[in-house]
Design a protein around this ligand. Structure first.
Ligand code: DMJ
Length: 450
C-alpha cells in the first residue's frame, strides 16, 4: 500500500504537498506557507522503516537538493512543526544523516517569532518570509500544546536552550491560570493569557495537547514530573466530566461547552484509546488496570464506529443522542479522509495487550481501504462512509503516508521495531527517541533500587 501510494505521488505530484489521485496532479494548499514536499517529508521515516530503500533514497535526495526553506507565506505553526520539524527530526534520528540536521535547525529558528506575544503563547499562523510576523486571533490548545516533543529535541540537537524555554513558558502559564472543573478549554488569548471560551474537547482543537503531556513524560525517560502531574490530573477531569456510557454500553468522550455536554465524538478523539493505554502503567497503582480498561473501551467504541458503516470505515464524527450509537447523524460528518487515529489506537493496544482482536480490526481496515479508498492512481478519502457506491474526495493526505500506513505496518510487526520503551511518536507518527537521563543519574537510581 505504501509503495503504491508513494509511486503514484512520485509519478504525478512529485515535490508538491499532496497527490490528487483522481485528477493525477499535485496539491499545494495553504497550511505550510509556501513550503513544498509535505508528502516527502512525512514519508521519509515510513519508507526507511519499511525497508523501501530505493524510494527512501529518492526522498532523501529531494530533501538535499530541492527542499527550499526560504519560502515566504503564512503557515500553520502546528502543521509545520508536526510534519516538517517532526519528519526531519525522526529521519535524522533513524538514519543519522547530517543534511537534515542543518535543515532542522534553520526551520526551528524560523518558527521562533511566533512566540513574540505578550504572554509567550504562540500564535497559530506565522509568516515564514518575514522572520517576525504572526497573525492575530486566539491560540488553539491543540496547536500551542503540540510543540513540546519537537522543541525539546531542537534544543538537544542545537545545544540551544531557547526552544525548551519557549515550551516551558507555555506550560508555566497553563499551570497558573484557573481551569474550569480542572479542564483545559480549547481557545486562549495570547495577549491576555485568558481562556476565550469554555469549549473542551479531546477531539479536534484539544486532542494532541493531552497526548503531548504523557509523551513529554515518557520522552524525558520519566523525569518530567510536571508533565506527568498535568496529564493525570487532566485525565481525572476528563473522566469526571466528559467520559460517558451510551445506553447500548459504549464508552465515549463527549465534548463540553460551558458545562453542557455535546454527545459527539470525533474520529480525531479516537487517538485517546492509545494515549490512555500508554499512560496506564505510570498512573497510581490502584488505577492502572482501570486506565487499561478505559483505553480498551474507547478503542472498542471507535471500532464500532467503523463496523456500523457500509464501507467499514468510520465517519469524521459520530453521535450518541437521538437514538444514535456511534453513527454520524449529519450528512456533513459522514466523510473519511484516510485519518489514522482508530488504527493508531489498535497499534498501541496490540503492543500493550497482544489481544489478537486488534490485529483483526486492523486487517478489516486494510481491506476497507483497499476496497473503497484505492483508486487507479493512489488512495483517496471518501465522502460518505455509509454508502458503498463511494464518492472520492480526490486527496491522498500526507498523514496517510506518515501515520495510517506506518501504524498499520507496526501493528503487524514485532514489538522490537521501534520499541515503545525507546521511542515516542509525535502526533504525526514521527518517532523521536527517549532522551535518557545521565548515566550517573540512572546509575544512582539503579544502585538505589538494588
Ligand atoms: C494529523 O495531522 C495529526 O495526527 C494531527 O494531530 C491530527 N490530524 C491529522 C490526522 O488526522
Amino acid at each position: 500500500m505504501m509503495k503504491f501510494a508513494w509511486d503514484n505521488y512520485k509519478r504525478y505530484a512529485w515535490g508538491k504537498n499532496e497527490l490528487r489521485p483522481l485528477t493525477r496532479n499535485g496539491h499545494i494548499g495553504n497550511m505550510f506557507g509556501g513550503l513544498r514536499g509535505a508528502s516527502i517529508i512525512d514519508s521519509l521515516d515510513t519508507l526507511y522503516i519499511m525497508g523501501l530503500m530505493e524510494e527512501y533514497n529518492d526522498a532523501k535526495e529531494w530533501v538535499k537538493t530541492s527542499l527550499d526553506l526560504n519560502s515566504n507565506g503564512e503557515a500553520s505553526l502546528f502543521e509545520v512543526n508536526i510534519r516538517y520539524v517532526g519528519g526531519l527530526l525522526s529521519a535524522f534520528y533513524l538514519t543519522g544523516e547530517e543534511v537534515r540536521f542543518i535543515h532542522i535547525c534553520y526551520l526551528g529558528e524560523k518558527l521562533l517569532p511566533a512566540f513574540n506575544t505578550p504572554t509567550g503563547i504562540p500564535r497559530g499562523v506565522i509568516n515564514l518570509g518575514s522572520w517576525g510576523w504572526a497573525s492575530a486571533g486566539s491560540s488553539i490548545l491543540a496547536e500551542f500544546g503540540t510543540l513540546h516533543l519537537e522543541f525539546v529535541h531542537l534544543s538537544e540537537l542545537s545545544a540551544n536552550p531557547i526552544y525548551t524555554e519557549k515550551v516551558m513558558n507555555i506550560r508555566k502559564l497553563l499551570n497558573k491560570i484557573e481551569k474550569p472543573h480542572g479542564l483545559y478549554p480549547n481557545f486562549l488569548s495570547p495577549v491576555s493569557g485568558n481562556w476565550v471560551q469554555h469549549h473542551v474537547s479531546i477531539g479536534g482543537l484539544g486532542d494532541s495537547f493531552y497526548e503531548y503531556l504523557i509523551k513529554s513524560y515518557l520522552m524525558s525517560d520519566k523525569g518530567d514530573e510536571d508533565a506527568k502531574r498535568m496529564y493525570y490530573s487532566a485525565l481525572d477531569a476528563i473522566e469526571a466530566n466528559l467520559v460517558q456510557k451510551s445506553p447500548g454500553g459504549l464508552t465515549y468522550m463527549a465534548e463540553w461547552r460551558g458545562g453542557i455536554l455535546d454527545h459527539k465524538m470525533g474520529h480525531l478523539a479516537c487517538f485517546s484509546g492509545g494515549m490512555i493505554g500508554i499512560g496506564a502503567d505510570d498512573g497510581p497503582q490502584e488505577k492502572r488496570q482501570h486506565y487499561l480498561d478505559l483505553a480498551a473501551e474507547i478503542t472498542h467504541t471507535c471500532h464500532e464506529s467503523y463496523t456500523r458503516s457500509g464501507t467499514k470505515l468510520g465517519p469524521e464524527a459520530f453521535r450518541f443522542d437521538s437514538g444514535a450509537e456511534a453513527t454520524a447523524t449529519r450528512l456533513s460528518d459522514r466523510y473519511y479522509i484516510l485519518r489514522p487515529e482508530v488504527i493508531e489506537s489498535y497499534m498501541y493496544m496490540w503492543r500493550l495487550t497482544h489481544d489478537p482482536k486488534y490485529r483483526e480490526w486492523g486487517w478489516e481496515a486494510v481491506q476497507a481501504l483497499e476496497l473503497h479508498c484505492r483508486v487507479e492512481s493512489g488512495f483517496s478519502g471518501i465522502r460518505d462512509v455509509y454508502t458503498t457506491t463511494v464518492s472520492h474526495d480526490n486527496m491522498q493526505q500526507s498523514f496517510f503516508l506518515s501515520e495510517t500506513l506506518k501504524y498499520l505496518y507496526l501493528l503487524f510487526s514485532e514489538d522490537d521495531l521501534l520499541p515503545l520503551e525507546d521511542w515516542v511518536f509525535n502526533t504525526e507518527a514521527h518517532p523521536l527517541p527517549v532522551i535518557r537521563r545521565s548515566c550517573q543519574q540512572s546509575h544512582v537510581t539503579q544502585s538505589g533500587s538494588q
